[in-house]
Write a protein that binds this ligand. Structure first.
Ligand SMILES: CC(C)(C)CCc1c(C(=O)O)[nH]c(=O)[nH]c1=O
Length: 308
């Protein structure tokens, strides 16, 4: 099978990536990813201007049907990751960045612009905005403002990581903003925000920060992830690629993301559950499905979801 995929100016030898935040924070974790077969590229943990310890534990909780997390953006600071992506030769990288303010984002991106890094950058728009306002990506005016500031100086390949939307008008509104900018891709979806898991036996929450509210991932968010991939594919300019993220546990889920329009697919929660061998299994299952259906390459079925 030919599973090669193009994203911006980069050719990946397969469609699978790690979801930012999962096993990609430390140099040991990043080295593991570089040695993981059938993982076509490496996405770094969203990096901030300064290193962050993140929230108190427990901050990640595994569930039969997915996961909940309130990590709190633990990361080694953007200089560490900017240095890493300039060394990494085994696989193409996507350098994920986050800011606690628009000014922080601009400062980090300015350094990336001035660096020798030629790979892809991804701006995490699920980050908090000014207090009292929703996260940036849920504030369409703020999203437009930060992207206007970015593209005043940033000329390298850059995409955005989006939270899930749940209203068709919101799909229209975010696409209308993004179509005005030369972004290389959209990575959709981030975790489903502010879920709450209750341990009935203990009559308590399962994660410490934010009173137990946290981002949901894994199997339970697959329909939301597929809807966001499909809706944005139907609305975004053709030259904006899509990384589909969310709910992937089988090769059929990878197939479904691509059928909805994804160019690449990232896997998060299932890596925690199964380990990095999951990429081999997902690839085998995807190839078996393609053989069964008579498809030779991903483009044979990408975006071809049929309506009734
Ligand atoms: C949620 C934020 C802390 C604002 C950004 C980092 C992040 C986190 C995190 O570090 O808590 N978890 C997610 O599932 N997605 C994210 O984008």
């Amino acid at each position: 099978k030919n599973l090669t995929t193009q994203l911006a100016n980069v050719t990946f030898d397969g469609p699978l990536l790690n979801a930012s935040g999962i096993h990609c924070q430390t140099s040991a974790e990043l080295a593991d990813l570089a040695n993981t077969s059938n993982l076509a590229g490496i996405v770094t943990k969203s990096a901030t201007l300064f290193p962050r310890k993140g929230n108190e534990n427990p901050r990640y909780h595994d569930l039969p049907y997915g996961s909940i997390n309130s990590m709190g953006l633990p990361n080694l600071g953007y200089p560490f990751y900017l240095d890493y992506v300039q060394q990494e030769k085994a696989k193409p990288t996507i350098l994920s960045v986050a800011g606690l303010s628009a000014d922080d984002v601009i400062e980090v991106l300015s350094d990336i612009q001035d660096s020798k890094y030629q790979g892809i950058t991804e701006l995490n728009l699920s980050c908090p905005n000014v207090p009292g306002k929703p996260q940036t990506a849920y504030d369409f005016v703020a999203t437009r403002k930060v992207l206007e500031r970015v593209f005043e100086f940033f000329t390298k390949p850059i995409g955005v990581k989006l939270p899930p939307y749940f209203d068709l008008v919101h799909f229209d509104q975010i696409a209308a903003v993004l179509n005005d900018f030369p972004i290389t891709h959209v990575n959709t979806v981030n975790s489903v925000g502010n879920g709450l898991v209750v341990d009935v036996a203990k009559e308590q929450v399962v994660t410490k920060a934010k009173g137990g509210f946290g981002g949901l991932g894994g199997a339970m968010i697959l329909p939301t992830a597929l809807a966001n991939v499909r809706a944005l594919r139907q609305r975004l300019n053709d030259n904006i690629a899509i990384i589909g993220t969310g709910g992937v546990t089988t090769g059929a889920d990878v197939f479904a993301h691509i059928l909805c329009g994804a160019d690449m697919v990232s896997v998060g929660t299932q890596v925690i559950k199964e380990g990095l061998g999951v990429y081999d299994r997902l690839t085998q299952e995807l190839e078996a499905l393609m053989t069964e259906k008579g498809y030779e390459r991903l483009a044979d079925f990408r975006g071809q979801l049929r309506e009734l």
